[in-house]
Design a binder for this molecule. Structure first.
Ligand SMILES: C[S@@+](CC[C@H](N)C(=O)[O-])C[C@H]1O[C@@H](n2cnc3c(N)ncnc32)[C@H](O)[C@@H]1O
Length: 304
């Protein structure tokens, strides 16, 4: 083994331990997490409590009203770490982007919508309910399913790409984040779809879709991409690749709406809209100064 590899091991173990901790995965813990503020900080930072994918399975089975299960599910998924990203989401957080999409949709007879990286779909709910001329909605994510195996005291979890995510041993959730995929044979699947979307809107599933390389066979009129194409997750080159790739799933003159929630933006949200014009994606509108806007404005420099 090379010395560089040896030096990397303590760093990797440190990273792993920072992300790991006891995972109660119960309703009481998730209700406390909903309170935000100092208590949340205390539980996450000082007690180092974590959420494992088992929480999603448990919430689905809880004999609670739909709205309550949906709230707990959304809280749980928001705290689940899936290798390169957290699946943080929330209802009504993409208000500005949704308003812009409603305006675009008002100029069309019927709308086919593709939503990229929806997490559990909570942030898609309002738009799907409010779009009067919605013909079809395709909800997608890189990790629409997680996988679990094992008895209660020893659980093994895989992410949506079947890479080893972590193990839960006697209530301790150890996040491993391995990069090599393995077989999920014998594992049970854990759907990340929020119960509110399935039980109220009749959405059957979130489809697997990688913004960097996947393409719909039938292009849509509007693509929503909220809280995915951020600098925290993607390099500039990957951001450009993602936009160029998403353009291939748009009809001519279709729109891609890219938004981000962050306290540094006025009103907590920024977005911009790119319109497909032949092979180009041309900036049509922006609000709030989205952190990746610069890559896609100007005289063709940012065009894909
Ligand atoms: C922070 S959540 C955003 C959820 C939701 N769109 C919202 O605004 O609340 C980011 C989501 O993007 C997904 N994601 C990460 N990389 C992706 C990629 N290359 N293609 C598609 N989805 C991706 C993650 O799995 C995660 O569910």
């Amino acid at each position: 083994m090379k010395s560089g590899t040896l030096a990397f091991i303590p760093h990797r173990i440190g990273q792993m331990l920072r992300k790991s901790g006891p995972a109660p995965d119960c309703a009481l813990f998730l209700r406390l997490m909903l309170k935000d503020g100092k208590l949340k900080t205390f539980l996450l930072r000082f007690l180092r409590l974590r959420v494992s994918p088992d929480a999603l399975l448990r919430i689905r089975r809880m004999p609670l009203p739909l709205e309550e299960r949906a709230r707990l599910f959304c809280q749980a998924i928001s705290l689940i770490n899936v290798n390169e990203t957290y699946k943080t989401t929330g209802r009504d957080r993409t208000r500005l982007a949704d308003k812009a999409i409603l305006k675009l949709a008002a100029c069309k007879d019927a709308v086919r919508l593709l939503d990229i990286g929806v997490s559990d779909g909570s942030a898609s709910l309002t738009l799907l309910s409010d779009l009067p001329n919605l013909r079809e909605a395709v909800l997608t994510d890189l990790h629409p399913l997680l996988y679990a195996w094992g008895p209660r005291l020893f659980r093994v979890f895989l992410d949506g790409q079947q890479r080893l995510l972590g193990i839960k041993l006697l209530g301790l959730y150890i996040i491993l984040s391995f990069t090599t995929p393995r077989s999920a044979q014998g594992f049970e699947t854990i759907s990340t779809l929020n119960p509110l979307l399935s039980e109220r809107l009749g959405i059957a599933a979130i489809r697997p879709f990688n913004a960097l390389c996947d393409r719909l066979s039938k292009p849509v009129d509007i693509i929503k991409c909220a809280n995915v194409l951020n600098r925290a997750y993607f390099s500039e080159a990957d951001l450009r690749t993602a936009v160029a790739n998403l353009a291939l799933s748009l009809v001519e003159a279709g729109h891609l709406v890219i938004s981000q929630n962050n306290a540094r933006y006025t009103g907590g949200e920024a977005y911009f809209i790119l319109k497909r014009q032949g092979p180009d994606m041309v900036l049509e509108e922006e609000q709030g100064g989205h952190e990746v806007l610069r890559l896609f404005q100007g005289d063709g420099e940012g065009r894909t």
